[in-house]
Design a binder for this molecule. Structure first.
Ligand SMILES: [Cu+2]
Length: 191
């Protein structure tokens, strides 16, 4: 191979490299633009916003006093007809493990973690929130139909994570009102 040939081979491969680099740069820019459009779509059109306020709690004292003591966990029918559900995630279960709620009713889910980061996801719905120790996660939800929904922990929280499942049981509105008459907090644990 003469010196001249080697030189032209070198510039040809430099051209190929430049072309490949431009192609990948274009793909990267397209991906960034698509992600920005998706974020704008979710935020503006679907109104998916981060929680408007930050509420904190002391994870080491959850069981002693305040909103998340054991006797206050579960579902409660509020005076205005809405339902509030309070729950805790801990390694490796949710309390209550079975949440009972009425259909066709505005529901506020309030939950936190007693130890590490967990997550609540209700299958077949867009309910999906992280449970961070020290912070209260709040999510609004509404179920059109009665039925059972699985509620797995969706954040890897250590070796028992795959066994961390809960359930949401959506029952008829009238039946829920009837059960709520006695006061107290409702759940479907053991049912
Ligand atoms: Cu977990």
């Amino acid at each position: 191979m003469s010196a001249e040939q080697a030189h032209s081979d070198g510039s040809a491969s430099a051209e190929v490299a430049a072309r490949v680099e431009r192609r990948w740069a274009t793909i990267a820019v397209i991906i960034i633009v698509m992600m920005a459009l998706l974020a704008a779509f979710a935020g503006i059109h679907r109104a998916t916003m981060p929680q408007p306020r930050v509420e904190t709690t002391d994870p080491s004292r959850l069981h002693l006093s305040g909103e998340f003591v054991e006797s206050n966990l579960g579902s409660v029918l509020e005076a205005n007809g809405n339902v509030t559900v309070r729950a805790i995630g801990q390694q490796y279960s949710f309390t209550p493990a079975c949440i009972v709620v009425p259909s066709d009713t505005p529901i506020t889910l309030r939950a936190t973690s007693a130890d590490v980061v967990h997550g609540i996801l209700i299958q077949g719905t867009n309910v999906n929130t992280m449970l961070v120790p020290g912070y209260i996660s709040e999510q609004l939800m509404r179920f059109a139909k009665t039925g059972d929904y699985l509620m797995p922990c969706q954040e890897f929280c250590s070796f028992g994570h795959e066994g961390m499942w809960g359930k949401v049981k959506v029952i008829d509105k009238a039946e829920f009102a009837d059960r709520a008459k006695g006061g107290g907090r409702l759940s479907c644990v053991g049912q």
